[in-house]
Structure formats: structure tokens, C-alpha cells
Design a protein around this ligand. Structure first.
Ligand SMILES: N[C@@H](CCC(=O)N[C@@H](CS)C(=O)NCC(=O)O)C(=O)O
Length: 211
């Protein structure tokens, strides 16, 4: 049995999106981060950082959204969410997953941390401009890498698109412009996926929030 621990509007949406794409059967346990549920001892025993997402698969515990999405892709191979291990396609897939986490997400996370996520006395407003500039540089790389392709790896939807699509939705929420036409079309294609809509609904419903 698969269990996801998550919270709406966080990186756990990536994992639930991947599970929905895979047609997996899973249990969802809401972790109300605002109420401090991430710091409960029973949750810290699963995720020592007190963060979401966490996946538990019959006693096997995995954290880190990208690692979990890749695990889901391997476990539900018929969904073809990740290319086969050992292939060049898998290497390109890894490349874009690492890019999503280290280049694309980081400036947005810096914006979030220094706007609202960090305790007030740790926020440094002077870094906000730098983070916007770094994000603009990262999306130029993404736009060039995508070109006129429909998806980021091998013309096939993969979990790398989940990580990137989720991160681009953050950019939209932060009102950062996606000026490149190809990125706008790509983002719209990802945000339109029925599995993403189902994932968001499931997380909200399980957390007792309206649609
Ligand atoms: N690198 C981790 C980051 C996880 C993370 O920072 N999650 C946030 C929500 S998006 C969280 O749980 N924050 C609560 C906290 O920092 O206390 C991943 O991708 O899974």
C-alpha cells in the first residue's frame, strides 16, 4: 500500500500528480504544516526535516519530491512516466529533473523564503531582485532546451514535466512573467492535464478544504 503525506499547495502536489498519472491506488494523509503537524514526533520519525512530501510504500519511506516521482515512475512502469534506467533518455530525464530542482526552483524558493516562509528576522529583502534575475536566466535555459518540443524529454510526457510544470505554476503564482511563447504553450499543456486537476482536488478534499 502506498501512502503519501502532503499538504495542498506544496511540493506534495508533484507526487499526487505522478500517482494520478500512473493510475495508482494510494492513501493520502494530510499534514497541516501551518498547524505545526510537520513537527509532530510521529511525522518526524518518517521525515526528519518535518517537510512534505513523504511516501511510504509498505514500510519503505522515501522523501524528496523528485526522488519520489521517479520511484513512482519506476514502480508503475506501464505509465511510462520515466524512461528506462540505463538509457540516454533516462540520462536526459535526470538532467532536467536536477535542473528543475537546482536551477529553476531555487530562485523561486528564495523569493518565497524571503517574502513569507522564513521567520521575519531571517528575511533579507535585498535578495529578491537577485532571485528574480536568476529565475529569468533559468527560464531562458528551459525555453532553449524545450525548443518546439511538446515535452522536455524525448517528445513524451514524463515526471520531469511534472517537476517543471509544478515549478512554473509557482512562478505564475508569484506573478513572474513567462515571456517565451514556447514556454507559455508548454506550461498551459502541463497545467491542463486531468491528472493534475484530480491531484489538486484530492489534496484539498483530504485536507477538508473546499474545491
Ligand atoms: N527538497 C524537498 C523540499 C520539501 C519542502 O521544502 N517542502 C515544504 C513544502 S513545499 C515544507 O514541507 N516546508 C515545511 C517546513 O519547511 O517546515 C522536496 O522537493 O521534497
Amino acid at each position: 500500500m502506498l501512502t503519501v503525506y502532503g499538504c495542498p499547495n506544496t511540493r506534495s502536489t508533484r507526487v499526487v500528480w505522478a500517482l494520478e498519472e500512473a493510475g495508482a491506488d494510494y492513501e493520502y494523509v494530510p499534514i497541516d504544516l501551518r498547524a505545526g503537524a510537520g513537527l509532530r514526533p510521529d511525522y518526524l520519525a518518517l521525515n526528519i526535516g518535518g517537510k512534505v512530501p513523504t511516501l511510504v510504500d509498505s514500510g519503505f519511506v522515501l522523501t524528496e519530491s523528485a526522488a519520489i516521482c521517479t520511484y513512482i515512475g519506476d514502480r508503475f512502469a506501464q505509465a511510462k512516466l520515466v524512461p528506462l534506467a540505463g538509457t540516454r533518455e533516462r540520462a536526459s530525464y535526470n538532467q532536467w529533473c536536477y535542473f528543475a530542482l537546482s536551477e529553476l526552483e531555487q530562485p523561486l524558493w528564495t523569493l518565497a523564503k524571503h517574502r513569507f516562509a522564513l521567520p521575519k528576522h531571517y528575511r533579507v529583502p535585498a535578495v529578491l531582485d537577485t532571485a528574480r534575475w536568476e529565475f529569468a536566466a533559468a527560464i531562458q535555459v528551459l525555453a532553449a532546451g524545450l525548443g518546439q518540443h511538446s515535452f522536455i524529454v524525448d517528445e513524451r510526457f514524463s515526471a520531469a514535466d511534472i517537476l517543471i510544470g509544478h515549478t512554473l505554476a509557482w512562478a505564475r503564482a508569484f506573478e513572474l512573467p513567462l515571456e517565451q511563447d514556447n514556454l507559455q504553450t508548454y506550461a498551459a499543456r502541463l497545467w491542463d492535464r486531468p491528472a493534475l486537476a484530480r491531484a489538486k482536488r484530492r489534496e484539498r478534499a483530504e485536507s477538508g478544504l473546499p474545491d
